[in-house]
Design a protein around this ligand. Structure first.
Ligand SMILES: CC(=O)SCCNC(=O)CCNC(=O)[C@H](O)C(C)(C)COP(=O)(O)OP(=O)(O)OC[C@H]1O[C@@H](n2cnc3c(N)ncnc32)[C@H](O)[C@@H]1OP(=O)(O)O
Length: 544
C-alpha cells in the first residue's frame, strides 16, 4: 500500500489518519477537515458508495429541457456553476479510498471483506474543477457512449426516447476519481443550433447522470433549478477562454462547509423492539413473494440489460389525474401504485405465478429532507443522498380493476402511515456495522436472488421555473424525466415519476430483461398502464 502517496491538495503537510481499528483510512489533509471541506461519510452515504464499490448499482439520470440553448463556455454558465458549487460543496466531492492508487480489487478482496470497517471512507472537495470535470461530452473515457447518445438523439428527431435512456443507463461514473465529482452532465444540442452548425457545445437539453453517491433525484432537479435561477440573474452570455470553475487553493475561502451527514440529523435506526416483527416479515416475504423469470441478480458488469419505456401524460391530463386523486382522498404515488399492480394483473403477468407466491413487493422511496427541522432542507440538504424507503408486500389476488379506488385508498393509508427509515436503519445499528463488513452483508443479501416486484419513485411536481415562471425570466425548465435501472436491487421493474407544469407527468419505466418474455410484452404492460390511468381518472371527472 502506498501510504505516503499524497493526493493533490492545498498545503504541503499531508497527515495520514488511521482508523480506530488501525486500518489505513486514506491520506487526507487535516486542514481540509478543519475547514469543513473533508469528512467521513455517513452511514447512508457509505451505503451508496458500497453499491458502487461492489458493482451493484449503475446510475440514475435526470433529463432537463430548457426553453433555449446556451454555450457551456459562456461566462453566465461558468459563473452559475461556480456559485452553486461554492454554496454546495457536497456537489464537488470525491471519495478518498483506503488504497492508492484506487484498487477496486481491494474492496472485493477477502482481506477487506472479512473485517468490519466501522469508520467510513473520507469525502473531500476536489482540488480543482473545470468544465471538463463535469461535462461528459469533453471526457475521453465517456466519448464513445456520448457520441452514440447524441447520434441516437438526432435519429429520434431531437426527442429523448427509450433507446437513448438505455444507453445512458450503461454509463459508470467512477467514485474515487481525484479530478471529477460523482456525477456528470451530458449536453444534447437543439435542432436549431445543429442547423446553424456553430462551433462549441451548446445545449438545450441536459442529462444529469449520477452514481448516487451523495446525490439523489432531488439533487439533479435542484441543480437544474439553481442553474436556471443563476442564468436569469446573469447578463453576460459571451464565451470565456478559461474553462476553470474553481481552483481550491485560490477559492477555498469562498466555499461553504460540507454539511454533516443527514443520518447524524435524522436517526434512521429502528427501536430494538421493532426488529423481531421486521425480521419475521422479511423472512415471510422470502417465501411468499412473487419472483419473476428474470435471471438471478449478478453484479452490474455481468448482468443482462433492461428495457425502458417512457409514458407521458400531458399537462391537461396531469391536472385531470391530480383532481381525480384528490377527490378520492388519495395520494398520487398510491394511485400510480394501483395502476401498475392492476396493469400487470390485466396483462396476465401473474397468470403463471407459483401457488405460494401471494405477495408482490413494492418499494417506495421517500425524501428525508421533508422531516428535517427548520430550513435545513432548503439550505444545507438541498443536495445529497437524502432518501429512505418502504418495502411492503401486497396481496396479488386483490389487484382487481373493479376495486380500483378502494385499493388506492388502502395504499394511500399504508404509504402515509409507513416507517420509511427502518429498512436502511438496520445497517446503521451499532451491533450490525461494528461487527460485520457492511459491503459483504449487503452484497450477499442482494446477489444471486430472483427478482421480485417494483420500486416506485415519485418525486412529484416541479412548481417553480416551469410554465408559471415570471415573464422577466428568460430561462425556464420545460420538461423533466427521471430514469433509473434496477441494478442488483432485487426488483423486476423500476418506475420513476416527475412532472413539470409545461411538460406534464413523465413516467419512466424499466424492466429487467427476462422478467417478461419480450420487449413487446413490456411495451404492452406500459400501454395497459397508460390506458388504465386514463380510464380511471376520466370516469372520476365526467359529470354524473
Ligand atoms: C435515485 C433516487 O433518488 S431514488 C429516490 C427519489 N425519490 C424520492 O425522493 C421520493 C420523493 N417523494 C416524496 O417524498 C413524496 O411522495 C411527494 C412529496 C412527491 C408527495 O407525493 P405523494 O406522497 O404521492 O403525495 P400527494 O399525492 O398527497 O402529493 C402532494 C401534492 O403533490 C402533487 N403530486 C404528487 N406527485 C405528483 C406528480 N408526480 N405529478 C404532479 N403532481 C404530483 C399532488 O397532486 C398533490 O397536489 P395537491 O396538494 O395540489 O393535490
Amino acid at each position: 500500500m502506498e501510504k505516503d502517496k499524497k493526493l493533490e491538495g492545498v498545503v504541503e503537510t499531508t497527515a495520514l489518519l488511521v482508523n480506530e481499528d488501525g486500518s489505513d483510512a486514506g491520506s487526507i489533509d487535516p486542514v481540509l477537515i478543519e475547514r469543513g471541506h473533508a469528512r467521513r461519510m455517513g452511514h447512508l452515504e457509505n451505503y451508496f458508495a458500497l453499491l458502487q464499490r461492489q458493482d451493484l448499482y449503475s446510475n440514475f439520470s435526470i433529463y432537463g429541457q430548457f426553453n433555449r440553448s446556451i454555450d457551456v463556455r459562456s461566462k453566465a454558465f461558468l459563473a452559475a456553476l461556480k456559485d452553486i458549487f461554492c454554496k454546495n460543496p457536497i456537489l464537488v466531492h470525491t471519495i478518498v479510498p483506503k488504497r492508492y492508487p484506487y484498487e477496486e480489487e481491494y474492496y472485493r478482496s477477502e482481506e477487506y471483506l472479512n473485517e468490519p470497517f466501522p469508520e467510513h471512507d473520507y469525502i473531500k472537495v476536489l482540488p480543482r474543477l473545470s468544465l471538463e470535470s463535469v461535462i461528459l461530452n469533453f471526457q475521453e473515457t465517456q466519448q464513445q457512449v456520448v457520441s452514440e447518445i447524441i447520434a441516437q438523439y438526432r435519429r429520434d428527431d431531437y426527442q429523448v426516447k427509450n433507446v437513448l435512456t438505455e444507453l445512458v443507463s450503461q454509463i459508470r461514473i467512477p467514485i474515487c476519481d481525484p479530478g471529477k465529482p460523482n456525477w456528470g452532465l451530458i449536453c444534447l444540442p437543439m435542432k436549431v443550433d445543429d442547423e446553424k452548425k456553430e462551433e462549441g457545445v451548446r445545449f438545450g437539453k441536459v442529462i444529469y447522470v449520477s452514481n448516487h453517491c451523495c446525490a439523489d433525484a432531488m439533487t439533479g432537479i435542484n441543480l437544474f433549478q439553481d442553474i436556471i435561477a443563476n442564468l436569469n440573474r446573469a447578463t453576460d452570455e459571451s464565451v470565456s477562454d478559461d474553462t476553470t470553475i474553481f481552483d481550491y487553493s485560490v477559492d477555498h475561502s469562498a466555499i461553504s462547509k460540507i454539511p454533516i451527514p443527514i443520518t447524524d440529523r435524522i436517526d434512521y435506526r429502528p427501536a430494538l423492539s421493532s426488529l423481531p416483527k421486521f425480521m419475521v416479515s422479511t423472512m415471510l416475504k422470502k417465501y411468499f413473494d412473487y419472483r419473476s423469470n428474470a435471471p438471478e441478480t449478478k453484479r452490474i458488469s455481468e448482468q443482462n440489460a433492461n428495457w425502458h419505456s417512457i409514458v407521458n401524460f400531458p399537462s391537461e391530463q396531469m391536472d385531470v389525474i391530480r383532481t381525480a386523486v384528490r377527490t378520492q382522498g388519495c395520494s398520487v404515488t398510491a394511485f400510480l401504485q394501483t395502476c401498475l399492480s392492476v396493469a400487470l394483473q390485466n396483462s396476465g403477468v401473474f397468470q403463471n405465478r407459483r401457488y405460494s407466491e401471494l405477495g408482490f413487493d413494492i418499494s417506495v422511496p421517500s425524501d428525508t429532507r421533508r422531516i428535517l427541522p427548520g430550513d435545513l432542507a432548503a439550505d444545507q440538504y438541498k443536495y445529497g443522498s437524502n432518501v429512505a424507503g418502504l418495502h411492503y408486500s401486497y396481496f396479488i389476488p386483490s389487484f382487481q380493476e373493479t376495486e380500483f379506488w378502494p385499493l388506492t385508498q388502502y395504499y394511500t393509508g399504508v404509504l402515509r402511515g409507513a416507517d420509511y427509515l427502518i429498512g436502511l436503519g438496520t445497517i446503521m445499528l451499532d451491533f450490525v456495522y461494528k461487527k460485520q463488513n457492511i459491503d459483504k452483508l449487503i452484497s450477499e443479501s442482494y446477489l444471486g436472488n430472483r427478482r421480485g416486484g417494483i420500486i416506485l419513485s415519485n418525486v412529484g411536481a416541479l412548481v417553480t421555473g416551469g410554465a408559471e415562471a415570471t415573464k422577466a425570466d428568460r430561462w425556464t425548465l420545460r420538461d423533466l424525466k427521471f430514469v433509473q435501472d434496477v441494478g442488483v436491487l432485487n426488483f423486476s421493474y423500476v418506475v420513476n415519476v416527475v412532472s413539470t407544469p409545461a411538460g406534464g407527468m413523465n413516467v419512466c419505466l424499466s424492466c429487467a430483461q427476462g422478467s417478461l418474455p419480450s420487449r413487446a410484452q413490456f411495451d404492452a404492460v406500459c400501454a395497459e398502464f397508460q390506458h388504465l390511468v386514463s380510464r380511471q381518472t376520466q370516469t372520476q371527472t365526467q359529470p354524473q
